[in-house]
Design a protein around this ligand. Structure first.
Ligand code: HEC
Length: 505
C-alpha cells in the first residue's frame, strides 16, 4: 500500500514539475536580455533607418546605443510613432509592413524594469545586408550634386535624368541608391518622354525643380517606382515587369528630411532589363482628384470626406496601393465589394502622415474579379484645430502640387493577367497626349479589341478581326480620349488575353 502511494506521489510530482517547468518558461520566463531578446527586435524594425549616417537621428546599433535611449524607445513605440508604418496591418497583410507586436512590447518593458541586462553576446550583427550593385544593366545618376539648405526644413526636388536607351525595355528590377542616406527620406520615380519636364525645369535656378506632393505635371507613367529607407530593392516577380518606353526621361522626385547643416546628395538609379517582352505592371490612379466629377475644394474651417468608386470591367491582380495626399488629410479607407457581395479591406490608415508616404505592397497579390466595386475615401481637416494645417488661419484649399494645395490620389498597381497571354506590351498610361498602341500577336487568330470606360461603363469595339503573327498598331485616334479611366482589352472570344490601362485627366 505504502509503495503504491509512493508511486502515485512520485507520478504526481513528476507531472507537477513538468507542468511548472512549462508554465514558468512561459510566465516567469528567464531574464530578458539585450542580446537574446531586444537586439533582434531592434534589428528587424529599426536599424534600417537608425544606423550611423542614415535618416534616423540616433544610431541603434549597439547595446550602449539602445540602453541609453531605452525609455525614449519605449515611449516612441507606445505612441506608435516608431517604427513608422501607417496602414492597419491587422486588416491586410503587407510584404513591407513594420510593427512591434504586444509580446515584443512586453519584452521591452520587462527589460527596462529589470535594469537593462546585456546578457551574453551573440553574433548579433549591426550591419544590414549589402546589396551588391554590380549586376545592373544600366545606371543613371544625378548629373550634379544637390545642396540641402540645412535649416531644419524638409525639401522636395525633382531631378530629370535623361536615359540613353533607344529601344523599349521591360524592367525586372529597379534599385534606387540614395547618395546621402542622412537626408534622403523617400524617392519616387516617374517616366515621361525626353524633354517633358523642360518647362518646369527652367523656372527653378537650382539643379532640378521644386515640387511638393507630385512632380507638377502628369507623366506617362506617374509613380513608376517608389523607395523608402527600408526598401532595398524593387525586384519584381518572374512574370511581371515594369515597362520603359524608348527615349524616356526618368523623373526622380526626392523628399529630403530636415537637417541642421548644409549637405549634398548625388543619388543614382540602377535598372535590370528582361531579355524578352513580358507582361507588365501598371500603376493606375483609379482614384484621382482630376477624375472627380465635382471640383475638389476643401473649404476653410471644415472637415470633409472625399470619395470615389468604380467597378472593375475585368479581373485584376492588385500588387500594391499608394495613397497620396498632403497635410490636411487625416485618413484613408479603401475596400472592395466582390460580385458575391462579400467585402475585403484593401487599406486603412487612420493617422495619415504626409512624411511617411508609402507604397503598400500586399503579402499576396489581391485577386479582384470582374464586377468588383472599389471604394476609396479620404478625410480632410481644414480647421485651425488641425496641428498639421499649413495655414493659420486656414485657407480654402484647391487641388494642386504645392504645399498650400491638397490632393486625393490613390495608385493601384495592377499586375499582369496570368493567362497564356501572348501579347507583349506597348505604350502607355497617358495624359493629354494619346500615343499609338502597338502590340505583338504570338499566335494567329481572331481577336476582338475593346475599350471599357470605367466611369460610364461604356464599351467600345476597336477591332474584331483576324490578326496575323507579329506587331500591330491601334491608332491613337481609335483610343478613348474622354476624361476618365479606360481599360483596353484584347480578347480571344470572351477570354481576356491582355489589357492596358489608360488614364485621361
Ligand atoms: C523608416 C525609417 C525609420 C524606422 C524603420 C525607424 N525610425 Fe525611428 N526615426 C526615424 C526618423 C526619420 C526620426 C526623426 C523623427 C521624425 O522625423 O519622425 C526617428 C525618430 C526616432 C526617435 C526619436 C529620436 C529623437 O532624437 O527625436 C526614436 C527614439 C526612434 N526613432 C526610435 C525608433 C525605434 C525604436 C524604431 C524601431 C522600433 C525606429 N525608430 C524605426 C526613422 C525611422
Amino acid at each position: 500500500m505504502a509503495r503504491s502511494y509512493w508511486l502515485l506521489y512520485h507520478k504526481a510530482m513528476k507531472w507537477y514539475l513538468l507542468i511548472s517547468y512549462f508554465l514558468c518558461s512561459i510566465i516567469c520566463n528567464a531574464q530578458v536580455t539585450y542580446y537574446e531578446h531586444i537586439a533582434p527586435i531592434i534589428k528587424k524594425n529599426c536599424q534600417s533607418c537608425h544606423q550611423d549616417g542614415d535618416i534616423g537621428p540616433i544610431p541603434l546599433n549597439t547595446y550602449d546605443d539602445v540602453a541609453s535611449y531605452a525609455s525614449m524607445i519605449k515611449f516612441v513605440i507606445d505612441i506608435k510613432l516608431m517604427p513608422p508604418f501607417k496602414a492597419d496591418h491587422h486588416k491586410v497583410k503587407y510584404a513591407n509592413e513594420r510593427f512591434i507586436s504586444d509580446k515584443e512590447k512586453k519584452l521591452l518593458e520587462k527589460w527596462i524594469d529589470e535594469g537593462l541586462p546585456a546578457g551574453s553576446r551573440t553574433e548579433f550583427g549591426s550591419t544590414l545586408q549589402d546589396n551588391s550593385l554590380s549586376f545592373y544593366d544600366y545606371t543613371v545618376c544625378m548629373s550634379e550634386p544637390f545642396e540641402h539648405y540645412g535649416i531644419y526644413y524638409d525639401q522636395y526636388q525633382v531631378f530629370p535624368l535623361e536615359l540613353d536607351i533607344p529601344t523599349d525595355k521591360y524592367i525586372t528590377d529597379v534599385v534606387f541608391e540614395p547618395g546621402n542616406k542622412e537626408i534622403v527620406r523617400s524617392a519616387n520615380i516617374s517616366i515621361a518622354p525626353i524633354g517633358s519636364s523642360s518647362k518646369m525645369d527652367t523656372w527653378d535656378p537650382r539643379y532640378g525643380f521644386y515640387a511638393y506632393g507630385s512632380i507638377g505635371f502628369t507623366a506617362s507613367f506617374p509613380n513608376w517606382m517608389s523607395w523608402m529607407p527600408h526598401t532595398s530593392s524593387n525586384e519584381l516577380s518572374e512574370s511581371e515587369h515594369l515597362y520603359l518606353p524608348s527615349n524616356s526621361e526618368l523623373l526622380l522626385h526626392i523628399h529630403y528630411g530636415p537637417s541642421g547643416e548644409v549637405q549634398t546628395d548625388s543619388s543614382c538609379v540602377h535598372l535590370s532589363f528582361a531579355d524578352h517582352p513580358s507582361p507588365i505592371l501598371q500603376n493606375v490612379p483609379l482614384a484621382h482628384t482630376g477624375l472627380l466629377a465635382d471640383t475638389f475644394l476643401l473649404e476653410k474651417e471644415l472637415k470633409k470626406r472625399i470619395s470615389s468608386s468604380l467597378e472593375l470591367p475585368i479581373d485584376v491582380n492588385l500588387r500594391s496601393i499608394t495613397p497620396l495626399a498632403h497635410l490636411l488629410c487625416r485618413s484613408w479607407e479603401v475596400f472592395a465589394v466582390l460580385p458575391d457581395q462579400s467585402s475585403i479591406s484593401i487599406l486603412s490608415i487612420n493617422d495619415w502622415d504626409f512624411h511617411w508616404r508609402e507604397k503598400y505592397i500586399f503579402k499576396e497579390s489581391l485577386h479582384l474579379p470582374k464586377g468588383t466595386k472599389i471604394y476609396t475615401t479620404a478625410t480632410y481637416d481644414n480647421t485651425s484645430t488641425n496641428p498639421y494645417n499649413p495655414s493659420d488661419p486656414p485657407h480654402t484649399m484647391k487641388a494642386g502640387p504645392h504645399m498650400y494645395d491638397e490632393n486625393f490620389v490613390c495608385y493601384f498597381e495592377i499586375g499582369a493577367i496570368q493567362s497564356d497571354a501572348m501579347i507583349s506590351k506597348p505604350l502607355t498610361v497617358t495624359e493629354d497626349v494619346l500615343r499609338d498602341l502597338t502590340f505583338t500577336i504570338a499566335k494567329e487568330g481572331h481577336y476582338n479589341i475593346e475599350s471599357y470606360d470605367l466611369s460610364s461603363n461604356n464599351v467600345k469595339t476597336i477591332a474584331n478581326k483576324t490578326f496575323s503573327i507579329g506587331k500591330h498598331t491601334v491608332q491613337s485616334s481609335d483610343l478613348p480620349s474622354t476624361k476618365g479611366v479606360h481599360v483596353i482589352c484584347i480578347q480571344d472570344g470572351t477570354k481576356l488575353m491582355d489589357s492596358w490601362w489608360i488614364v485621361v485627366l
